[in-house]
Write a protein that binds this ligand. Structure first.
Ligand code: DGL
Length: 286
């Protein structure tokens, strides 16, 4: 059962008025909240026109301080919801879920599944001259050690320094993007990476691109910041080029449906600012 609970300004997504039987195949994307919208934006910029179904698990955010077992359970539920509502491929637009649940999701479901970690690792290794790479992420992502594992598998001499930043997701969800308190916290989190003389910094959480300007200011303008959203958008584009059999099933009316497990004014405001368009939010219990 879904309920439309927030309608911002004048755009009505006609697809929300369709019945389940009429739903066309879409690109399904999920995150614990607002962060995955940075991936939605990157995908719609890279391959405009594809219809998207998004689920932000705002009622249960943040994922980053939960156990792997809980995040896996949520990821299974989110994927099931998206597939039951028209998704043909799944993008796990969440580093936390990608780091602990990707293998399980990939095995359990037939649909093609994308994660956000490999694209960030590949971009970081391309961009880092000294192969001294910093990673910031949620506690669960950093604890999983996934970035170290994937970077070392491609370059065993790389130096990787990871810092967990558990306060950043709530700050972004709260819309505290340009607050001085947020800048202070970012500075504190980045300090250990500054002293290690990294030349590349991976934003290991899809919420962090919304703080990119603050992070760049605090880490220094010489450091390359890698945001996995562009990398995963490239992967999806390549996949669809290689798989015309799947590509032809996807509808391309440039429509998005955005589902959330809890609606807040703040989510609506940040969603509108991130996507730079009006949004219709649909609340769903999954
Ligand atoms: N944006 C997500 C990530 O990339 C989730 C953060 C959270 O819910 O803690 O990790």
């Amino acid at each position: 059962m879904t309920r439309i609970v927030a309608f911002y300004e004048t755009i009505i997504h006609k697809s929300t008025q369709k019945t389940k039987g009429d739903i066309k195949e879409m690109i399904g994307i999920f995150d614990s909240g607002i962060g995955g919208l940075t991936v939605v934006k990157a995908i719609t910029e890279r391959i405009p026109g594809y219809d998207i179904i998004y689920f932000g698990d705002t009622a249960r955010t943040p994922y980053g301080n939960k156990s792997p077992e809980t995040v896996i359970e949520y990821a299974v539920q989110n994927t099931t919801f998206l597939l039951n509502n028209g998704a043909k491929i799944i993008v796990m637009a969440c580093n936390t879920a990608s780091s602990v649940a990707f293998d399980i999701i990939e095995k359990r479901f037939e649909a093609p599944v994308f994660e956000v970690i490999t694209p960030a690792v590949e971009l970081a290794l391309e961009s880092s001259r000294k192969t001294a790479i910093g990673v910031i992420g949620t506690r669960a992502t950093v604890k999983s050690g996934i970035y170290e594992k994937k970077i070392k598998a491609l370059n065993s001499s790389a130096r990787i320094y990871s810092v967990e930043c558990p306060l950043l997701v709530p700050l972004v969800e709260e819309g505290w993007i340009d607050r001085p308190e947020t800048a202070m916290i970012v500075k504190k989190y980045l300090h250990p990476l500054k002293v290690r003389q990294i030349d590349t910094l991976i934003l290991g959480c899809t919420h962090y691109p919304l703080l990119k300007h603050v992070i760049q200011r605090k880490i220094g303008k010489r450091i390359n910041i890698i945001d996995s959203s562009t990398g995963v958008a490239e992967k999806v584009e390549k996949f669809l080029k290689d798989r015309p059999d799947i590509d032809c099933l996807l509808s391309k009316n440039g429509k998005s449906r955005i589902f959330v497990s809890d609606v807040t004014d703040q989510f609506a405001k940040t969603a509108r600012a991130t996507l730079k368009q009006n949004v219709l939010l649909e609340q769903v219990k999954i």
